[in-house]
Design a binder for this molecule. Structure first.
Ligand SMILES: *Cc1c(COP(=O)(O)O)cnc(C)c1O
Length: 391
């Protein structure tokens, strides 16, 4: 695609890694457990269409996003699989959801009213999943009675199919905490109460990546996989402690656009916050905070050139960084630069960048801009990653 050829900065998506991750997780789950691939926020910055298509081909049965807009983008891309919308919506979007066969979440009485207002009698039935709050305190009915009232109200509207019941963990990634036990028990109690009233929807799901990996026996009808699908750890050390080897799907790479030799005393980039202490070889790389490369990597970040770590010098700008390649004399325009990913025996992981920034890998990848072209590759033959444990 010409768009890709025009700019060297590219996100490379390794679909064999995605398949490996999905297979590795599925192998731990009870037979028949469904997988909902969570592709909200442009598939955690990876590229929603590319990831959605690959996840479905690899065996995911459904997709999930946060907003109706995101779901409609998937439909516009020709993706016909079930799409669950986690977040809220306006009454004016309910008919769109019906027309496009989306699945909406109902987490409060207010949303029953929105559906009542927006539902079209001329369109196919709207599918909904009920969400209950078991401890996250964000979205969800708080008692079985509230949930039961909602099911009755939705059923009375006609043209609504209450298909699912779900909840969300607050701290399943904390291997030293046990709050997930209490949340699961509350969910079981709510499901039992709905069941006694004859109001239990057929599809039950609760687990995010961390819970699916940690409590495979509690997977219910399906698990909702986000971060692990992308080969990233839900929390520092989480995968290692469970002995699970996943492979990062994403590489952010670019190439050197210009190389200059500068004398001692040369100031670099906005504000001249870096001044060369001796003659140096500097390379400009066209990736900046506009692409999602955090500005706090000014004078702090590193990228890979010819398998070596080289430092970012001066401020990160919107569209470019300058790196010091004094120790890589072969570096010339066109030379590959890896910003996130592996090159030779070195790697810069999203987890390591997150740690340097005091954030989580979710945020590091989610911030990668849509202006970066996405390229899919099949990668190496499927198989366990180097150092894979079990699987
Ligand atoms: C984002 C999200 C997930 C996926 O979480 P991961 O930790 O990325 O697996 C699952 N369920 C809900 C409701 C979410 O918002």
């Amino acid at each position: 695609m010409s768009r890709i050829a025009c700019r060297s900065t590219t996100i490379v998506l390794d679909l064999s890694a995605l398949r490996h991750n999905l297979q590795t997780i599925r192998a731990r789950l009870p037979q028949g457990t469904g997988v909902i691939a969570v592709v909200k926020d442009n598939a955690y910055g990876h590229g929603a269409r590319e990831i959605a298509e690959a996840a479905l081909r690899a065996g995911a049965g459904a997709l999930a996003v946060a907003t109706v807009g995101e779901a409609l983008e998937l439909r516009a891309a020709g993706i016909g699989a079930p799409v669950l919308v986690f977040g809220p919506y306006a009454a004016s979007c309910v008919a769109d959801a019906q027309a496009q066969g989306l699945t909406l979440t109902v987490f409060d009485r207010h949303q029953v009213d929105l559906i009542r207002q927006g539902l079209s009698p001329l369109l196919p039935p709207l599918r909904v999943h009920l969400k209950v709050d078991t401890g996250m305190r964000r979205y969800g009915f708080r008692s079985p009675d509230e949930a039961a009232d909602a099911v009755r109200a939705l059923r009375s509207l006609g043209r609504v199919e209450v298909e699912g019941l779900y909840s969300h963990y607050a701290a399943a990634d904390d291997l030293d905490g046990d709050s997930a036990d209490g949340q699961f028990a509350r969910f079981q109690a709510m499901a039992a109460a709905l069941g006694e009233a004859g109001l239990l929807p057929p599809v039950l799901h609760f687990s995010n990546s961390a819970a699916a990996l940690r409590y495979p026996e509690r997977s219910l009808s399906a698990v909702r996989l986000g971060i692990a699908l992308y080969g990233l750890s839900p929390a520092p050390g989480f995968l290692e402690r469970l002995g699970i080897a996943l492979r990062p799907v994403l590489t952010l790479r670019s190439s050197i656009a210009q190389v200059v030799e500068v004398p001692a005393g040369t100031a670099v980039s906005y504000g001249g916050t870096y001044v060369a202490d001796r003659p140096r070889r500097l390379a400009t790389v066209p990736v900046g905070y506009g692409d999602g490369y955090d500005r706090r990597f000014s004078n702090r970040g590193e990228v890979l050139v010819r398998g070596r770590r080289v430092p970012v010098v001066g401020r990160v700008t919107m569209d470019a960084i300058v790196v010091d390649v004094t120790d890589v004399p072969q570096a010339a325009p066109g030379e590959e630069v890896v910003v996130i990913g592996r090159q030779g025996s070195e790697a810069i992981t999203a987890e390591a960048l997150a740690e340097a920034l005091g954030t989580i890998p979710y945020e590091v990848v989610t911030r990668l801009s849509r202006r970066i072209p996405r390229v899919v590759v099949e990668g190496e033959a499927d198989g366990p990653a180097a150092g894979a444990v079990g699987a």
